[in-house]
Design a protein around this ligand. Sequence first.
Ligand SMILES: [Ca+2]
Length: 89
Amino acid sequence: MRRVLVVGLFVAVSLLGVSFAECPSADISGNCFVDLEDFATLSAAWLSDDSGSPNWNPACDISDPSDGVIDELDLAVLAADHVSKLLLG
Ligand SMILES: [Ca+2]
């Protein structure tokens, strides 16, 4: 019984690690795809910043490093991840 639990835990942790590793950084919606849903969410937060903008969404601050502004740096990350998915499948 103990062996089954250990193996089950190992498999669960391994699967979680794989699923997190495969999700692109620009996956704002959390569905592991960079698609129009992510683009729409980023668009809704466009040019907002973390100083009190009503449309600020910290999940959209995907530039590296994150800088507290939703701008072309975040859009570039989203576009690169989207194109990467198209080219690599
Ligand atoms: Ca940013």
